[in-house]
Design a protein around this ligand. Structure first.
Ligand SMILES: [Zn+2]
Length: 416
């Protein structure tokens, strides 16, 4: 008992004295996936590369796991975190001006943005926020928060969504991330509920949303700036070598055993361990590394084909396994004007059409267009509940139209 109390006190002390405790490297070590941080190449997943300076948009789903009401954080708190991500990865953070002059030329706008997922994996409208009460009082690095059966919440398709689980972590850990190439059902970021966003009841030194910025950067393949070894290498050309991590809120310059010049360590980099208020940049080299995971053949290339930020893609169509249809839900105004459904969306091979509210599909023409307006396919429907085989289409977004002339009705569909 005494030993247990002592251990608890030590952990409590580590957290309360404000030392950052990121579990990503510990997690990677335990799971034998440390090498993934050095590997930007996986089997080809798609057909498009990133374009220079294209703004990459990552759909995010937040899984809020709460054991008590204080852990069921407000939507405003969640939105405050989303804003921090968008500011930090665009170098639009207010404290960008705090970057020491010597390091300002290295600071980069990563041109990566984040949205709340507007469409769920089944093509239905979504807020991008899931709230689930759990009987677990706290979680550890065992990934239980990622599985509904273990008291967590299952990941959404991690090829198209960044999963962020917000929960109560044991022992003062602020969070951890999986590197690119991790198992799909565990892929994402875990954040301590009171080190998340900028409003709400937050830990004193971790109240500016930088824990999530740091962990999402791990998720995009970045290592800690000191390379997780004494005078280690983070694999980034423009982050100076430094002996170890910095805590608290240092002042410029900070020299250490292997500082390459008088500018010393880049302790204000998002990948060091300083307080939220004292970190403010990613470098050009870190930008290149992170954008690389989205490039063609990169492990997160599939995100270039995720359209989950586009709410117009949500058809609201009931899936075959659904027992209740959304069209009977009077609160779902999106369905009022609709008289036909198309599902599943996204579609793998065949898509089903169904007329509703008395709308007859039999005899109508169906056409498939590319998003640039090229006609790709035309058939005449000979059934009221037809199936259309789309296996010939490459993955991407298309328009499916029913009818002719002024009577055309259309939907966007995603082919996976
Ligand atoms: Zn970390």
């Amino acid at each position: 008992m005494r030993f247990f109390l002592l251990c608890s006190l030590v952990l409590f002390a580590a957290a309360s004295f404000g030392q950052r405790n990121c579990g990503s490297m510990d997690y990677a070590g335990r799971n034998g996936i440390t090498h993934l941080y050095n590997n930007n190449s996986l089997p080809a997943q798609s057909h498009r590369d990133t374009v220079t300076n294209e703004i990459l948009t990552v759909p995010v789903v937040f899984h809020i796991l709460y054991n008590n009401s204080s852990q069921n954080i407000s939507t405003a708190q969640i939105l405050s975190q989303l804003k921090v991500l968008n500011d930090d990865f665009r170098r639009m953070n207010q404290d960008a001006s705090q970057t020491p002059a010597a390091f300002r030329p290295a600071a980069a706008d990563c041109r990566i943005m984040f949205c709340l997922a507007q469409v769920d994996p089944r093509g239905r409208p979504s807020s991008g926020i899931i709230r689930r009460q759990t009987s677990r009082q706290s979680f550890t690095y065992d990934d239980a928060m990622k599985f509904t059966a273990a008291g967590g919440d299952d990941a959404w398709d991690s090829r198209k969504y960044l999963n962020v689980w917000i929960c109560n972590m044991q022992g003062g850990s602020l969070g951890y991330a999986t590197p690119p190439g991790s198992p799909a059902d565990k892929d994402g970021v875990v954040i301590q509920f009171n080190a998340f966003g900028t409003i709400g009841n937050l830990q004193a030194n971790f109240n500016k949303g930088r824990t999530t910025t740091h962990e999402v950067a791990h998720w995009m393949g970045l290592k800690h700036i000191w390379g997780d070894a004494t005078c280690g290498d983070d694999g980034i050309y423009d982050t100076p070598q430094q002996e170890y991590y910095h805590n608290g809120c240092p002042s410029f310059p900070q020299m250490s055993a292997c500082s390459p010049n008088n500018n010393g360590d880049m302790y204000m980099n998002f990948m060091d361990y300083t307080h939220d208020a004292c970190m403010n940049l990613f470098t050009h080299g870190q930008k290149v590394k992170m954008r690389g995971v989205f490039a063609v053949n990169g492990p997160r290339n599939s995100f270039l084909f995720s359209f989950a930020c586009d709410s117009t893609l949500a058809t609201g169509a009931p899936l075959p396994q659904d027992t209740t249809t959304i069209i009977n839900d009077s609160t779902t105004s999106i369905m009022v004007e609709k008289d036909w459904m198309v599902y599943p969306n996204p579609v793998l091979s065949s898509i089903y059409l169904q007329g509703i509210n008395g709308y007859e599909l039999k005899g109508q023409s169906v056409t498939i267009f590319s998003m640039t307006g090229t006609l790709l396919h035309r058939i005449q429907l000979n059934s009221s509940n037809p199936t259309v085989n789309l296996s010939f289409l490459k993955p991407g977004v298309y328009l499916i139209r029913v009818g002719e002339g002024k009577m055309i009705k259309q939907r966007k569909i995603i082919k996976t």
